[in-house]
Design a protein around this ligand. Sequence first.
Ligand code: SF4
Length: 316
Amino acid sequence: MKLIAPNYYTKFKCIADRCKHSCCIGWVIDVDPDTLAYYHSVTGPLGERLKKGIDESGETAHFILGKGERCPFLNKSGLCDLIIGLGEDCLCQICTDHPRYRNFYSDRTEIGLGICCEAAGKLILKQQEKTTLVVLEDDGGVEELEAPDESLLVWREQLMQIVQDRSRSIEKRADVLLQAAEMTIPNRSLAEWADIYLELERLESDWTDRLEELKQTDLSKAPVLDTPEWEIAFEQLLVYFLYRQLPFALDDGEYEARAAFCVLSYRIIRDLCRVHAVLHGSVDLDDLVEISRQYSAEIEYSDENVEALLDALFEE
Ligand code: SF4
């Protein structure tokens, strides 16, 4: 069995107290049973805090978020009191993993970094070299994938190659990708797309504001964002979506729609960047990282939202 990852994966490092949108704020963090058992064994003041800081009344134990929806162990300096007191190994599975995600195949596991984390977003979207997949672990056996897995991976590789063909503009590559997937994106105005996104479940009020701006801003004079710097960043964004999102088609059969969802996501993020340029006089890759972070948190981490968008791709 192999463990596969994008080539940037091993360079990731959490920026902890320098993170502007810490994953320790605003997310319900479940505590897995093994870690919970360990926390029960902790004594002293930290043991007392653990008892008070975890809700065990429901099916799954979770940290009780405090003021501003902060994890009760995130201190004023933006550091984790559990790591300080017990070491990194004490963390529950979710805290250990985040922002990593995994996709499982019959004879392979793929791992990646979610762009809902700003440090991961920066690493991915600012990488200049093409994203490639590397083997992180290998038991030495011959990979024996089931046929649907194998077909999906071959198809995804073809789509990634289309997206990484730097002899064409990124917009042309997105069009070719849609042709290869035999999909078109319904011809809606940006205001109509914004309305569709506004109907979805939303977490941050800033995200609602962005969508309202998308609805109301005239982009006729906005920059097209086609310099080499932007083209490479959008390429990385599209490859990220393909790598992460296409495997879900193995479960729901929505191969073509999921490919189109990747293009839609890139285009909405690009146009949100253009809106930012009009409203703030300029836009740079840090803004792209932030807009992508919001998009990922609001859309990618909600199955309902992704499904609603897949449906919207088939409605005229
Ligand atoms: S969002 Fe990323 S950089 Fe920020 S605290 Fe979480 S893992 Fe670290």
